[in-house]
Design a protein around this ligand. Structure first.
Ligand SMILES: [Zn+2]
Ligand SMILES: [Zn+2]
Length: 306
């Protein structure tokens, strides 16, 4: 499919979502851990998304092979695999992890013996291994068999798949996965759509560079690129456009500026963490605001002290 017909097709696909489907979209992402049914949704004739619990899974179905991006948890990965196998008996050529967090790589083990290669950024593999050793569950992991450091690109059937690493952001090992011909990018947890993000400083996260990564994505890709998001707030979609990336970059920038102003004003960290919203960023809601507040404070204090 050429790009023009894809755009028309995807506009129709997203525009034609029924109210019930939209409700499924919003219901699934707002209640992590709830016993919700899964959703297996084709965005185009070959690329789709799966959601049940944890980070959004993306996939490519080509008769020459399958590609799966992220794996949620062992039980939900099994649901995803059975849906995929109803559509195609081709081999899973690549299971790709956007980063190491358990809601994105915990289901890798369900692909044992199924996936030819498991691919992630080199830091993602290190993190996955380190956390598993700490949690004493290395035997429950399927670690990447292939890693890269800056860029990676391969063809699977008609699709060209490119991975980009642009430095520390949500962790120190986040990949952007670009299905180049259909022009869809899986952002993993580089995108929290209208939901306060988890910022993993224990794995080298950096908010300042995260903002740069989001802006770089909007320059590197184009205005017709469709993005898949790791997580979204209730009522917001798990796919979107460059405009959503810019809004999230603005939110992260506002979090840093807020922390900077409060540090300058002589506030204590304890008082700062009591805030329940970010100034002028009312769209970002839900639980977990202390995570970005803590991360922004610590990042700025670290800079001051270095
Ligand atoms: Zn996640
Ligand atoms: Zn994550």
């Amino acid at each position: 499919m050429n790009r023009r017909s894809f755009i028309q097709n995807s506009a129709l696909t997203f525009g034609a979502l029924s109210i019930a489907q939209q409700n499924i979209f919003s219901a699934l992402f707002s209640k992590p851990g709830a016993a919700a049914p899964w959703m297996f949704h084709m965005m185009t004739d070959k690329i789709g998304v799966f959601t049940e619990r944890g980070g959004t899974i993306g996939f490519l179905i080509d008769k020459k092979g399958l590609v799966v991006v992220d794996s949620q948890f062992p039980d939900t990965a099994q649901h995803m695999i059975s849906e995929l196998q109803k559509k195609s008996d081709a081999q899973v050529k690549y299971l790709i992890n956007t980063h190491h967090h358990g809601d994105h790589s915990g289901g890798n083990i369900a692909f044992k013996g199924l996936a030819k290669h498991v691919l992630a950024h080199e830091n993602s593999k290190k993190n996955q291994k380190r956390v598993a050793i700490n949690n004493n569950n290395l035997d429950k992991q399927l670690l990447p068999t292939k890693t890269y450091s800056e860029e990676w690109q391969k063809h699977v059937g008609d699709e060209s798949i490119a991975l980009h690493y642009w430095g520390p952001a949500h962790t120190d090992g986040d990949s952007l996965i670009h299905f180049e011909n259909t022009n869809i990018v899986h952002m993993g947890d580089l995108m929290f759509n209208r939901r306060h993000p988890y910022v993993d400083r224990s794995a080298g996260a950096n908010i300042k560079n995260w903002i740069k990564v989001l802006h770089k994505a909007t320059r590197r890709f184009d205005s017709s690129t469709t993005y898949i998001f790791g997580h979204s707030a209730e009522g917001y979609n798990i796919v979107g456009s460059a405009d959503d990336l810019k809004k999230f970059a603005d939110y992260l920038d506002a979090v840093l500026k807020f922390a900077e102003a409060e540090i300058k004003a002589g506030k204590t960290k304890e008082a700062f963490l009591k805030n329940t919203s970010i100034p002028n960023q009312g769209e970002w809601k839900g639980d977990g605001i202390t995570r970005p507040l803590t991360a922004a404070w610590d990042e700025l204090m670290e800079k001051q002290n270095s």
